[in-house]
Design a protein around this ligand. Structure first.
Ligand SMILES: Nc1ncnc2c1ncn2[C@@H]1O[C@H](COP(=O)(O)OP(=O)(O)OP(=O)(O)O)[C@@H](O)[C@H]1O
Length: 303
């Protein structure tokens, strides 16, 4: 499949400080990629390079085969910057119309497009309002709506749900989920739960370097993870019994009444079944057994 974003040996520094070091990654059509990393890891810098706001010192970046910022990308790539702001002098509708006009739409078509994208984020009724009359969450949603104007094939969202209450954040996640597949997304967020639900690819930036892509399938075939939530506070006896099952690689208490198990499916393909049989034979009740590792567990190596 053709790459949408291709970054090769991208390095960027500010003064004597190197912020991004030799980054290599590729996104293909339909990918929804998460960009994760601690504060100051270089996420916004990378976004800015991909958007064409900043230029890398060395290496190459291409979007749909073009340099970031190139006129060939106009309308194909949209971005929500971290601190997107609206001009206080104009209504939200006027400003979104302007973006539509920039994409070549007539005034009438631009207004229709404005109403379409504001409807996506439940703000159609606020089309005449100025930013000062909107709450922080509403402004954020309006800024997200702006990224949906036209028919971009790649949308870059820097912290899209930061500052939104849980209901509005859920609404935005549902919207991204609905559109992903047709549109490729690259999303930066500190909300790992959100990214886990939305993204099929993880780019973890730390000290300006990309760590291994945690979606590696080879790794998953060698090890399988299970999270077991018990009904009762008996993790010690359960741990001792499960420790006898063939194929177990590790067992680790997570929270109270919760264990994370890692096993080798090549050693024991029926591990999960044998686990349930072990629980049943001892009369131990469980609330939930889930397969796989959470993104948090993968990233922070808590297995
Ligand atoms: N224009 C600039 N001039 C000098 N240093 C900068 C500039 N922009 C960013 N930096 C530095 O580059 C590093 C990476 O910043 P960046 O904003 O890309 O990180 P981030 O991962 O987006 O952080 P956060 O999660 O806090 O938003 C930081 O140390 C920051 O101080």
């Amino acid at each position: 499949m053709k790459p949408i974003i291709q970054c090769t040996n991208v390095t960027k520094g500010f003064g004597s400080k190197t912020v991004l070091q030799q980054l290599n990654f590729e996104l293909t059509q339909g990918d929804t990629a998460a960009l994760i990393g601690p504060n100051g890891a270089g996420k916004t810098t990378l976004f800015s390079i991909i958007c064409g706001y900043l230029r890398q010192d060395s290496g190459s970046v291409s979007l749909f085969g073009h340099k970031p910022g190139s006129s060939a990308l106009f309308g194909q790539v949209a971005a929500l910057p971290q601190d997107a702001r609206f001009d206080p002098a104009f209504s939200i509708g006027e400003q979104l119309d302007f973006y539509g006009r920039l994409q070549g739409l007539s005034s009438k078509a631009a207004r229709q497009e404005t109403l379409r994208v504001l409807t996506l984020v439940d703000l159609a009724e606020q089309v005449q309002q100025k930013a000062a009359a909107l709450s922080h969450g509403m402004c954020k949603r309006a800024a997200i709506a702006q990224a949906f104007i036209g028919s971009p094939q790649l949308i870059l969202l820097d912290e899209p749900t930061a500052g939104l209450d849980p209901v509005n954040a859920l609404h935005i996640r549902q919207l991204i989920n609905r559109l992903s597949g047709d549109v490729s997304f690259m999303i930066s967020s500190h909300n790992i739960f959100e990214l886990e639900q939305l993204c099929n690819k993880v780019l973890y930036l730390e000290h300006g370097k990309l760590q291994a892509d945690t979606t590696s399938e080879n790794e998953q075939q060698l090890q399988q993870y299970l999270t077991l939530q018990l009904e009762d506070d008996n993790t010690e006896v359960v741990t001792a019994a499960i420790g006898q099952l063939p194929g177990l690689l590790s067992i680790r208490p997570m929270q109270k009444k919760e264990l994370q198990l890692c096993y080798d499916p090549q050693q024991n393909a029926n591990f999960d079944l044998e686990l349930l049989q072990c629980l049943a034979a001892n009369g131990w009740r469980y609330r939930n057994l889930t397969k796989g590792q959470t993104l948090e567990q993968k990233l922070f190596n808590t297995a």
